[in-house]
Design a protein around this ligand. Structure first.
Ligand SMILES: Cc1ncc(COP(=O)(O)O)c(C=O)c1O
Length: 396
């Protein structure tokens, strides 16, 4: 009897939700994979969306809902959906919108994973994919056809930092009855809200600025209620849902997004201006530099900063780039971006590794190109490190 009681106490321990007149200042983490019901009719009413509630965490849970509310508020859309990664959000968005036989027009310069999905999976699935330079609107107009369903691009392109003229591209999409999908990862809603300029679906790798601390992998899409409901059915089926703890962490990161983006942008601008003047630097890609081809568009579509991402090419190609990386003491080589500390990456060897040499050349991604993600630390320390690493090359 004693053993039976101990067993009952252990199995049913701590499974009450405690109530009181006070409430937690911060939402709890609902680490429950499933939810209990008092009756079959309650179960039916939640399944049929007649009463609020949750059923099974893959289909939705309170931490995901809170983050989804935040994302749709930040992006100014009816609704949003969060995922276990940015790629889960991107692939679900396309699979929601497309059927074999449809056509997608996409920018040639995209995150490598998105490029491979479009150029590989979607083509194999029977979707026609036209890769163009979306900064050249005539190329987009010429690629339109009766089967065009989606025009796809990144607000600030990875890794060349071209800025898309969203109002013009939204107009072109509307003229063809197509949807404009925008990956807003590099800008974040703190400096750009594509839906206010006509984008239908806005996509994020939450792994980057939105979370901002390199401790979560996640994704989101934001759009109309109808599109999000359809994407939600696919997410439940394919299983790319976000865990409660990850959603909670992203929610915590978001609370400082605006402050972080202002600091990332200010540091990036100073780093870009310093590198631009250095004799060993051949070119700097940053839309906040007056001579950058996207400067005019950036002033039109970005607000409150030009973002924290820049890329540059050191004279001497890949060998010089490798020597520069070896010489860094503070700035780390990290194949991601958007953390609070300054990091660098080498697109040809990381984010764009899956592209062939020809595809990289066509996209303008050279072997000497270095991508820098400006952090929020005092910029002087970062500049000192970059300059001493450049000095190291010239001294050899
Ligand atoms: C612009 C952009 N979109 C999407 C992704 C994919 O996001 P995730 O790595 O969270 O799947 C990345 C990843 O680097 C990215 O840079």
């Amino acid at each position: 009897m004693k053993d039976r009681q101990a067993g009952m106490d252990a199995v049913h321990s701590g499974d009450r939700v405690l109530e009181g007149v006070s409430r937690p200042k911060v939402p709890p983490i609902y680490a429950s994979s499933v939810f209990s019901f008092d009756s079959l009719s309650d179960l039916d009413s939640v399944f049929d969306h007649e009463k609020p509630g949750y059923i099974y965490a893959r289909m939705g849970h309170p931490n995901a809902s809170l983050l989804e509310e935040t994302m749709s508020a930040l992006e100014g859309t009816d609704s949003a959906l969060v995922f276990s990664s940015g790629m889960a959000a991107i692939t679900t968005a396309f699979l929601t919108a497309l059927r074999p036989g449809d056509q997608v027009i996409a920018d040639r310069v995209l995150y490598g994973g998105s490029f491979s999905f479009l150029d590989g999976f979607l083509r194999d699935w029977g979707v026609s994919v036209e890769l163009v330079d979306t900064l050249d609107h005539d190329q987009v107009r010429e690629a339109l056809c009766p089967k065009t369903r989606v025009i796809y691009l990144e607000t600030i392109s990875n890794p060349l930092m071209g800025v898309a003229d969203l109002p013009v591209l939204a107009e072109i999409a509307a003229s063809a009855g197509a949807m404009l999908f925008v990956d807003n990862t590099f800008a974040s809603p703190a400096i750009c809200r594509p839906s206010s300029m006509g984008a239908h679906v806005v996509i994020h790798s939450l792994t980057k600025y939105i979370n901002g601390h390199s401790d979560v992998t996640g994704g989101a899409l934001a759009g109309s209620g109808e599109f999000v409901a359809e994407a939600s059915r696919l997410r439940s089926m394919m299983g790319g849902s976000m865990s409660p703890f990850d959603a909670w962490l992203v929610q915590r990161g978001i609370r400082t997004l605006h402050l972080r983006m202002a600091a990332h942008s200010a540091n990036a601008l100073q780093i870009a201006r310093t590198l631009e003047r250095h004799p060993l630097v051949e070119r700097v890609e940053y839309p906040g530099l007056e001579r950058h081809p996207s400067y005019g568009t950036a002033r039109k579509v970005l607000e409150g900063g030009f973002g924290g991402m820049l890329s540059f090419e050191i004279r001497g190609g890949e060998r010089a780039a490798a020597r520069f990386v070896d010489g860094l003491r503070l700035v780390e080589l990290v194949p991601s971006l958007a953390s609070i500390s300054t990091t660098i990456s080498h697109p040809a060897k990381t984010s764009h590794r899956s592209l062939s040499e020809v595809q990289r050349r066509e996209s303008g991604i050279s072997d000497g190109l270095i991508r820098l993600s400006a952090g929020i630390e005092p910029v002087e320390a970062v500049l000192e490190d970059l300059l001493q690493a450049l000095d190291g090359i010239s001294g050899e």
